[in-house]
Ligand binder design. Structure first.
Ligand code: NJP
Length: 239
C-alpha cells in the first residue's frame, strides 16, 4: 500500500527534536514526506531521529544548538536561506520546565532559562524565519504551549506558566499580523504527555497512564498541512 505523503517536498524545522513530543512530531512530519531540520542540544537524540527518518526513506539535517545561545537562531535562518530560500513548516516545541517552587523563590537563572527557551526563542524564531515562511506557498508555524499558561495558573509553576502565557499572546498577536498572507500560526496545547518533562513535573504519576507523544504529534502535523485554514488558535489535544 502506498503511504500518503501530503508534505512531500516541504521543509520542516522542529525544535526540541531530540526526544519527547518534538521527536515524535519530527518523525510524523518525515512520514508525511517533509524534509526535517531537527534542532536540540543533545547530539545522541538527534542522531536517533536521523536514523529513524532515514529508515522511513526520508531526509534530516541535524542542528545541535542551544536555543539560548546569543545568535544561534539567526545563524540557522541564514543557513536555511542559503540552502532552501524558504521554510514551509516551523515547529517551536522545545521547552524547559525550570523549578517548580514558590514564585518568590525562583532564581534569576531559572527565569532566564525558562523565559529564554519558552518565550524569547520563539520570538527570535518569528523574527528570523517570518520572511522564509512567507516565501513558501503555504507557510505553517506551530508553537507548543500548555494549559498552565494563559488559561490556568497553578501554584509553584509561575516561571513556566508565565512563559507559556507570554507565548500564547506572542503567537496570537503575530497571527493577526499574518492575516492576508499565506502563513498560518497556531498554538498546540498537548495536555499531559508521557515525556521526560512530565515525569520531572509529576514524579509520582504512572507514565503509562498518559498518552504517548506519537498520539499527540498527529495533531501538530494536521496544523502544518497546506490546506489548514486555522490561524491564531490554541488547539487543545484534549479536544
Ligand atoms: O519535554 P522534554 P516535552 N536548546 O523535556 C529541548 C510542552 N508541554 O517533549 O536540548 C535547545 O522531553 C530538549 O532537547 P535537548 C513543553 O512545555 C509538555 O514534554 O537535547 N533545545 C528536548 O528535545 C514543551 O514546549 C507537556 O535537551 C532545548 C525538548 O526541548 C513541549 O511540550 C504538557 C533547550 C524537551 O523535551 C515538549 O516538551 C504541556 C535548549 N536550551 C506542555 N532546552 C507534557 N509533556 O506533559 C530544552 O502542557 N530543549
Amino acid at each position: 500500500m502506498t503511504r500518503s505523503r501530503p508534505l512531500a517536498n516541504r521543509v520542516a524545522l522542529v525544535t526540541g527534536a531530540s526526544r519527547g513530543l518534538g521527536y515524535s512530531i519530527a518523525l510524523k512530519l518525515a512520514e508525511a514526506g517533509a524534509e526535517i531540520i531537527g534542532v536540540a542540544r543533545t547530539q545522541g537524540g538527534l542522531e536517533e531521529l536521523d536514523d529513524a527518518v532515514n529508515a522511513l526513506g526520508g531526509k534530516a539535517t541535524l542542528v545541535p544548538l542551544d536555543l539560548n545561545s546569543p545568535d544561534g537562531i539567526e545563524r540557522l535562518a541564514e543557513a536555511v536561506t542559503d540552502r532552501w530560500s524558504r521554510l514551509d513548516i516551523m515547529i517551536a516545541n522545545a521547552g524547559q520546565l525550570g523549578l517548580l517552587t514558590p514564585a518568590a523563590q525562583i532564581p534569576s537563572k531559572t527565569w532566564n532559562e525558562v523565559l529564554g527557551v519558552n518565550l524569547i526563542a520563539p520570538a527570535r524564531m518569528i523574527r528570523a524565519f517570518e520572511q522564509l515562511l512567507k516565501s513558501s506557498d503555504a507557510g505553517r508555524a506551530v508553537f507548543v504551549t500548555s494549559g498552565v499558561g494563559s488559561r490556568r495558573a497553578r501554584a509553584y509553576w509561575a516561571a513556566y506558566g508565565a512563559s507559556k502565557a507570554g507565548l500564547d499572546n506572542l503567537v496570537q498577536s503575530w497571527a493577526i499580523e499574518l492575516q492576508g498572507t499565506r502563513v498560518r500560526a497556531n498554538l498546540l496545547d498537548p495536555g499531559a504527555v508521557r515525556t521526560r518533562m512530565r515525569a520531572n513535573a509529576m514524579p509520582g504519576e504512572d507514565p503509562m497512564s498518559l498518552p504517548h507523544p506519537d498520539d499527540i504529534a498527529s495533531i501538530a502535523v494536521e496544523l502544518t498541512l497546506p490546506g489548514e485554514i486555522r490561524n491564531g488558535q490554541i488547539v487543545s489535544a484534549r479536544g
